[in-house]
Design a binder for this molecule. Structure first.
Ligand code: RP5
Length: 168
């Protein structure tokens, strides 16, 4: 087993469906990762231990997803100098606005790179983690270039399909 480079952590197992967007992207780029649950509110000691031991365990980036009054990413960022990427999750009647504001509005000195809500945010968290690792990994960088090409080709394909449907 390769040592995990990215840690995916979420506030509850009910966040897994959303956070699988991050793990799928890491698998696409063959980046080893670990995945677990810890809550800033329900298990603050576990969350603190995870963050404070992350660097010595070999992690390079942490991705944290949570819903509600989502303090997980910020509380992890308080305990580590590793980059922390936050994914706000829509888990309450406020449709995720609570999680978005709690994740994004960090005080100066403790950054959290906050993504979009839910699946798009989780997928982007995976890509951003790969981009951070690719700063010092040319092989990963080549894969990212290829991914950009695939994205652009996807748009070309859509434009072609639309053209044939609308005959413009
Ligand atoms: C947050 O509360 C979790 O991140 C989750 O999004 C939300 C609901 O958790 P459960 O009640 O489903 O465990 O802490």
């Amino acid at each position: 087993m390769n040592t995990p480079l990215v840690g995916i952590i979420m506030g509850s197992d009910s966040d897994l469906k959303t956070m699988s967007g991050a793990s799928e992207m890491l698998e696409k780029f063959a980046v080893p990762y670990e995945i677990t649950v810890a809550s800033a509110h329900r298990s603050p000691a576990r969350a603190k231990k995870y963050a404070s031991s992350a660097r010595e365990r070999g992690l390079k980036v942490i991705i944290a997803g949570a819903g509600g009054a989502a303090h997980l990413a910020g509380s992890l960022a308080a305990e580590t100098t590793l980059p922390v990427i936050g994914v706000p999750i829509n888990a309450t009647p406020l449709n995720g606005l609570d999680a978005l504001l709690a994740t994004v509005q960090m005080p100066a000195g403790v950054p959290v790179a906050t993504m979009a809500l839910d699946q798009p945010g989780a997928r982007n968290a995976g890509i951003l983690a790969v981009q951070i690792l690719a700063v010092s990994d040319e092989n990963l960088n080549r894969k990212l270039d290829q991914y950009k090409t695939e994205l652009a080709q996807g748009v070309e394909d859509k434009a072609e399909r639309l053209k044939s449907r609308t005959r413009v």
